[in-house]
Design a binder for this molecule. Sequence first.
Ligand SMILES: O=C(O)CCC(=O)C(=O)O
Ligand SMILES: [Fe+2]
Length: 247
Amino acid sequence: MSFTFKAVSNPKSDTISTTCKEDSNSNPKSETIDLGSGSQIVYIPRFLAYDDACDLFHYINNNIPWTRPTIRVFGRSVVQPRDTCYVASAGLPELTYSGYQPQAYLWDDFPPLKDILEAVHKELPESRFNSLLLNRYKDGNDCVGWHADDEKLYGSTLDIASVSFGCERDFLLREKPSKSFKEKRSDDKPPSKRTKKNSHANHHSFRLKHGSLLVMRGHTQRDWVHSVPRRAKADAIRINLTFRHVL
Ligand SMILES: O=C(O)CCC(=O)C(=O)O
Ligand SMILES: [Fe+2]
């Protein structure tokens, strides 16, 4: 099964889809937040056309072999509060996080995921992602706690591209407390844009829309943590794909 969708956000594309009429005037095409010290967030609310994102949501929801693993958190075994799956190119080092090593599926097992990867690469031509962590939040009780994706196998200045489907959820970013390392760096620059009304200097919040793309760039994993907190009012499934580059 393969989809022939096109990302809608790339103005260079000559095949811009017009299937999504929703919010067409109320969303900017792309928003860049400079977090300072070489970290940025890029948010594209309508990366995928609405209908394409719906088709992909159903495919991923029904065809991915979701598991809800037990992980180690502060020395305790806990069931991860969301479903997960891992896809990676052949021959990469194995991923381990929180004492858990997910089975790596191949891109060829799920052709529509390759189509999304291709759309992401088109949007971010300088990126070469070779692995993907999938998360499924069944409702507002499912979440991901504060963390940074700073595992060694990603290297020090990775970009992570995050595509969301289904129920809108809040994605929060908070600066790590210790700045001693950053203050020694010569490329320290004050952030240029910290004016969003839902953002404080060291705290940002995005409501991630169906079909959106959010990119964490540069030193975001070194200097910031992120989370998707529980939300009592979220009563539907959200799926999130995070594309990463394993060295
Ligand atoms: O669901 C999200 O938006 C974020 C997921 C995440 O942070 C992760 O998989 O590391
Ligand atoms: Fe993460």
